[in-house]
Design a protein around this ligand. Sequence first.
Ligand code: PHE
Length: 347
Amino acid sequence: MLQKLEEVKKEFDSLLGSVKSMPEMAQFKADFLGKKGKLNALMGGMRELSVEDKKSFGARANLVKQDMLSAIDRQSQSLEMEVINAKLAANWQDISLTDKVKEKGQQAAGLHPLTKVTRELEDIFLSMGFDILDGPHIEDEYHNFEALNIPDSHPARDMQDTFWFKDKKHLLRTHTSNIQIRGMKQKKPPFKFVGPGKVFRCETLDASHEAAFHQLEGMMVGKDISVPHMIHFLRTLLSEIFKKEINVRLRPGFFPFVEPGFELDYECLLCGGKGCSVCKQVGWVEGLGCGMVHPKVLAGGGIDPNEWNGFAFGLGIDRLTMMRYHIDDVRHLHSGNLQFSEQFKAY
Ligand code: PHE
């Protein structure tokens, strides 16, 4: 019996090296260590041994089993590493390379479409004299809600929308409007700035909703700024982005930090207004929230509302990117799939 055990072990050792994939490994493990495997078959014969022999056979069989298990583990790990390394080698990119200096066998990196659109937006705003500001993803209640005139009872604060931290004071910012508050405290009017960035909401995911998405906040404060200024400005902006005149419509919208507040929709460029999954069959997409900055918000930011006024807006970058590049599902944008983002290299 002992001899047979050693033979099984030898067979195991000699075959292990030829196992080349994880499915093969599973089969190999079953052949030797499974219920109907070779080791169990030997154990079945133990009944016929004397008490003494049973003990020594049992002890050796256990050792052999442990050896086999750890050898399988080691081999499985290196098989997994091989798979990972092969994937890395196939998708290897030098992100410092551009298309122009592509060398043989190397893939040039491309910018993600969201990055492209964000940079384009920044260029447009820089050319109009705006500054570009940044704000934190992890925000406190004050900058995300309170200073924006969003009271405790406002539904936007609800657990369903907001990712709160355990301390109940910090959260993942639900919009880029926190940048308004931080910007006002940094600057003396007149000023104009934008702040692009990631925002987070606890949403059910579908073709047009993601839990993490991107906005661009804008704020312009000066003297005698009016709603028509704002509309003209936003229209110009959208036609700059899409490089053509596009239809927009303005609806009253409620945001506690602006008064009056509006929602600006633009014609769905994916279906040309006919209706599709992205515009929920209505032919229009919600493009941005906007309005005249609420006097309370200005005052909270240290700006005298009797002397200054202005407008603010929050533009959804993901949907804009989808319209721009005709992407029909927002989830592609966050898939991390290189084959997806590579399609945009040439644009
Ligand atoms: N913060 C608002 C939102 O997330 C958008 C907005 C920004 C509205 C600025 C008005 C002014 O939907």
